[in-house]
Write a protein that binds this ligand. Structure first.
Ligand SMILES: [Zn+2]
Ligand SMILES: [Zn+2]
Length: 308
């Protein structure tokens, strides 16, 4: 299920989760307890990535307060308590299925037996997916595979899906493409992993406009100009990473972001299909993908209807 976290779809999703929850078998043994008390709001749901290395959200983000006690979702044995890529984490094995918690300042050690509801540590802010707000990223793993923790958490009543900062803002009006512009070529041959539109940012947790189309292309894939034009910028931006901007005239421009490297210089003339760079994960990015943007008079528009 593709989740567009717009205002309306948040409500639709909440309804779907309620409906789904009531249809689940009531197997008390496989149920997880919520790791925060009182029962937390879900800030971001699980998003299965299209490929194992693509961007996705391999867990559930639960709103919390800095220092809140984080509790084991079920009886188990602590298999990890330490740092993963600089983020303080705890893992608990429940006999085949593992729960993971981050960012957490652990009070338990590896090898410790813990009971369902027992405190594992306290919630940190640094390294969290909702920074600067605090939230717990809860993961569920079966071996190396990730699965949706929400399936195991009891849904009695409604599930609230809210951004950490409160109700979603009103999306900005969508800019219109100039008349006659319909023929952009796809910049890579790869599936779309995240469309243009309002969404919760995978790294900052903020609900904002996702101002381009993400393509799930592997690191190093050639990125091609979507139309004839002139390269007007080859820059490094803290958010967009290595980017190439091509002006196509008439106020229309395209940009290619999070590149591993640019293959063109500013000022170069390019034809549609010319290689402008290679897919990477530079800037604010959770993994290799192409963030493809189209702007009209400087305002971002949805690239999807313009692609051939
Ligand atoms: Zn998360
Ligand atoms: Zn993107």
């Amino acid at each position: 299920m593709r989740l567009h976290l717009g205002m309306i779809s948040l409500r639709v999703l909440a309804v779907l989760l309620v409906a789904f929850g009531s249809a689940l078998p009531r197997d008390a043994d496989s149920r997880w307890a919520w790791p925060l008390e009182p029962r937390p709001d879900v800030v971001r749901t699980y998003e299965q990535p299209p490929t194992p290395y693509a961007a996705g959200h391999r867990g559930l983000d639960l709103a919390g307060r800095p220092g809140s006690p984080v509790r084991a979702v079920d009886d188990g044995v602590v298999t990890f308590a330490g740092s993963v890529g600089g983020v303080r984490s705890v893992s608990v094995d429940h006999g085949g299925v593992r729960s993971t918690y981050q960012p957490v300042d652990a009070d338990v050690r590896r090898g410790a037996r813990v009971a369902r509801g027992e405190v594992l540590g306290s919630l940190l802010v640094a390294g969290g997916h909702c920074y600067p707000a605090a939230c717990l990223h809860l993961g569920r793993r079966h071996g190396e595979a990730y699965a949706d923790p929400a399936e195991l958490l009891s849904h009695g009543g409604s599930v609230r899906l809210v951004p950490p900062s409160g109700p979603p803002p009103v999306p900005p009006p969508k800019a219109r493409a100039p008349a006659g512009v319909t023929g952009l070529a796809a910049p890579v041959d790869a599936p779309v992993s995240s469309p243009y539109g309002m969404r919760v940012h995978p790294l900052t947790g903020e609900l904002k406009l996702h101002d381009g189309t993400d393509f799930a292309a592997a690191c190093g894939t050639d990125v091609r100009a979507a139309a004839d034009g002139r390269v007007v910028a080859v820059t490094y931006d803290p958010a967009y990473g290595q980017r190439v901007v091509v002006d196509h005239g008439g106020g229309l421009a395209t940009s290619y972001n999070h590149l591993a490297k640019a293959a063109v210089r500013s000022g170069a003339t390019v034809q549609a299909g010319a290689t402008v760079g290679a897919v990477g994960s530079t800037g604010m990015s959770t993994g290799c993908h192409l963030h493809f943007m189209v702007t009209v008079a400087g305002d971002p528009v949805d690239p999807a209807p313009l692609l051939r």
